[in-house]
Write a protein of this length. Structure first.
Length: 264
């Protein structure tokens, strides 16, 4: 398996991409903590994070399961090397870092209480394989929570033609690399297909009146712009949109699907 449409080492300006991930994680940390608690994470859980990146969310998982353990799975060596530094308070039973892919998780059957993956399945050519392997390693009664994008939830009012073109071009580019910008709406079916029960899906929306616009812009368009490289003048686009948002002339909305399931 490959990382599909997310090859960190080949992205434009990897330092910026790491900063973007950190900014994104910090901006929604409180929201994400509440999301994880409602999804069923507990203090004593053995936790798996599929696609941990540099560990910014791994640190939150360690904080929420302080008496358990956290297994961080990440294919990128460059990102993997940062996890230990970014998780300053490992859980009592340990922080375990694994290089690998979500369709071949290097853990025994029924060894995890809570699994989490965010903004990963949109990049994976065969997300059903990842969900199936998470099901394999999850204990009976354990929980799986998936957060991912769906470009059907992106709204600019009034519309901006440059954004519409960027979205369409990024959708096509990601699809060519095996990704899917509309995976969010498919997550419920994927979990049910893998055998999870009590599957629940909801949508979380964030607007330009709730988040600082630079954060929202990077969440919505940061990765897409890096995917398209020099074909997009992101600086001018950001400046124009920022002025519109600050003056109240434009509303920007981003949404994500949150889907949870239980291992029977």
């Amino acid at each position: 398996m490959t990382t599909g449409s997310y090859q960190f080492e080949s992205l434009e300006n990897t330092e910026f991409q790491t900063e973007r991930l950190q900014q994104q994680a910090q901006a929604v940390r409180g929201i994400e903590a509440n999301l994880l608690r409602s999804a069923g994470i507990e203090a004593t859980h053995d936790v798996l994070e599929v696609g941990s990146g540099p560990g910014f969310v791994t640190s939150l998982l360690a904080e929420l399961a302080p008496q358990g353990s956290v297994h961080a799975l990440e294919p990128s060596p460059a990102l993997l090397a940062q996890i230990q530094t970014n998780v300053t308070q490992p859980p009592a039973k340990g922080l375990f870092v694994h290089q690998g892919y979500g369709n071949a998780i290097p853990l025994p059957d029924h060894s995890i209480d809570f699994a989490y993956t965010r903004f990963v399945l949109q990049h994976v050519p065969h997300p059903e394989q990842v969900v199936a392997d998470v099901h394999r390693v999850t204990r009976p009664g354990g929980r799986f929570c998936v957060v991912d994008s769906d470009d059907g939830l992106v709204l600019f009012q009034p519309e901006e033609s440059r954004v519409s073109r960027l979205l369409a071009d990024a959708q096509a580019a990601q699809a060519r690399q095996g990704g899917d910008r509309f995976v969010g709406r498919k997550l419920q079916a994927l979990l049910l297909q893998a055998g999870f029960v009590n599957v629940r899906a909801r949508v979380l929306t964030l607007t330009s009146t709730e988040l600082p616009f630079p954060v929202l812009f990077n969440i919505l368009l940061g990765y897409k712009a890096s995917l398209l490289g020099d074909a997009v003048d992101t600086r001018t686009l950001f400046e124009d949109l920022s002025a519109d948002v600050a003056a109240g002339r434009r509303l920007v909305v981003a949404g994500v699907f949150i889907v949870t399931g239980e291992r029977k």
